[in-house]
Design a protein around this ligand. Sequence first.
Ligand SMILES: [Fe+2]
Length: 287
Amino acid sequence: MIELRDIHCVHLGTRDLDAAEEFCTEIVGLQSIKRTDTHLYLRAGKRHHSVCYFKGEPGDHRIAFELMDWKGLEKAMVYLKGSGIECGYGTDAESELRFTHAFGWFKDPTGNHIELWVRPTEANRPYHPSLRPTGITGFGHIGLNTTDPLRDQNFWLEHFNARISDWIGPAPLLRVKQTHHQFALFPTSGPGIQHINHQVDTIDDLLKFVYHLQERNIKIVFGPGRHATSGGYFLYFEGLDGMVYEFSTSDRMIIEDDATHRPRQFALEDESFCLFGSKPDIAEFAS
Ligand SMILES: [Fe+2]
């Protein structure tokens, strides 16, 4: 079993780094930390970056988790190989591009490209958005595509310290630490990231974004609303290359006792996604 500390960041292929930089800084409010011919690194909190766009194909998504044990990469890779899971080590050059000391990768049963990082680089300066004070406190979680939620749920439960916080229909919301979820598996037809969440401090920060997005004709695809599962306030909107971005206040320390927490099953209905009655315009959330 492999122990994960947290989800760390995401790397996304795009054909247009200029558009990525404009969208992420002007609309999302991330801070552009570094830009090369091939890579754009964007900061949201205490990590070097939470989102990186690289020159490549849209839909080429990599998800990085930090290993709990910084000395544990070799053991993890031996475990994955021994379990018959497609995997490999990242090279030194690839680690340098990721701002991590070292990493390995594997494919989950859907074919998602997941990476295990050790000693990822921290931010040596605070996040400072050019947009305005955004209230963004850091990277939150992702929606991850699955072609078989039960199979992939069992994969994460068997091989990792993942636990289920709740289900909405067949979709499990999973955690590797004591906040509600770091990833959730949503059924669809192939691998990839379904949405990218950053946390904001207050509901006021969230509502300011509603008007900010509306003024710039950015399509809001869900919310503002409140999740029945985590109790968090949320707002989803359309991003570059069709990616859905989310802000929410949901990732609080709400799982008080791992040993006694009982995952709850919610029906696959609009009300399970939003207590207020907001309707999702997101295919994977359709009831
Ligand atoms: Fe979310």
